[in-house]
Design a protein around this ligand. Structure first.
Ligand code: SAM
Length: 240
């Protein structure tokens, strides 16, 4: 099947005009118009015909088309109802693509892709990049690989994450572990002690936690290793 490539400025403009769509900033709608970026994402994810791929936020189908051309099975989840209508046209003929109208944060992904590992590709809406990635990881889904475009202010970057089968460190509470990491990075260039205080721990408990974990209170959060984050997280369990 020969379909026109969507990842071009004039094609994207034409599609949006045809369907009378004004992109929504609120939903982070910033569509790809560069074939090379689509190929870069598909190649970074090493997608082949035997893969199952979850795409988050297909938009008008730009990246979806690139993935679908590999013959992989694609499940694409889009929140904006207006784009569901567009996708039914732009992806018409790709029998390996299933579009789901839902919020990725509310969808039961394991019910949609049961009993198999899958890859995730996306050009994530910048306003919920972190919640989406955290949500995928916290649900312990059988994700092999995640490749996504992320916005860094005006620039963007493609990141590739391989999901480990087992966590590299043991923690008593994963939730608390991520709270420590968040506290450390929320206060960049400040000490971890200040970050933990800003996260609501009393100064007295912060001292006890860092002493228990064997971390110098003047260390900056971003200098800690995964093992050290785990030590802090486990010590926090004790001094709450
Ligand atoms: N993949 C397309 C591309 O690269 O051109 C569109 C990317 S655009 C940055 C993000 C897409 O995510 C938009 O289509 C937007 O409507 C959709 N979106 C935003 N929030 C969403 C959510 N919670 N669940 C599913 N899709 C969402």
């Amino acid at each position: 099947m020969i379909k026109p490539c969507i990842a071009k400025k004039e094609v994207t403009t034409h599609i949006l005009k045809t369907f009378g769509i004004h992109t929504s900033k609120k939903l982070g709608q910033n569509f790809l118009i560069d074939e090379n970026v689509v190929q870069q994402i598909v190649e970074a994810a090493a997608i082949s015909a035997t893969d199952t791929v979850l795409e988050i936020g297909p938009g008008i189908g730009t990246l979806t088309q690139g993935v679908a051309e590999t013959q992989a099975e694609v499940v694409a989840v889009e929140l904006d109802q207006r784009l569901i209508t567009v996708l039914s046209k732009t992806l018409d003929g790709y029998d390996n693509v299933r579009v789901i109208h839902n919020d990725i944060l509310k969808l039961d992904i394991s019910a949609e892709i049961p009993n198999k590992t899958f890859k995730v590709v996306a050009n994530l809406p910048y306003y919920i990049t972190t919640p989406i990635i955290m949500n995928l990881l916290e649900h312990k889904l059988p994700i092999e690989l995640l490749v996504t475009m992320v916005q860094k202010a005006v620039e963007s970057a493609v990141i590739r994450c391989t999901v480990r089968k087992e966590p590299p460190v043991k923690v008593e509470s994963e939730k608390r572990f991520f709270r420590v990491v968040r506290a450390a990075f929320a206060q960049r260039r400040k000490t971890l002690a200040n970050g933990l205080k800003a996260a609501g721990i009393t100064a007295e408990n912060v001292n006890k936690i860092l002493e228990e974990a064997g971390i110098d209170s003047m260390r900056r959060g971003e200098t800690l290793s995964l093992d050290e984050f785990a030590l802090v997280s486990n010590a926090w369990e004790k001094y709450q």
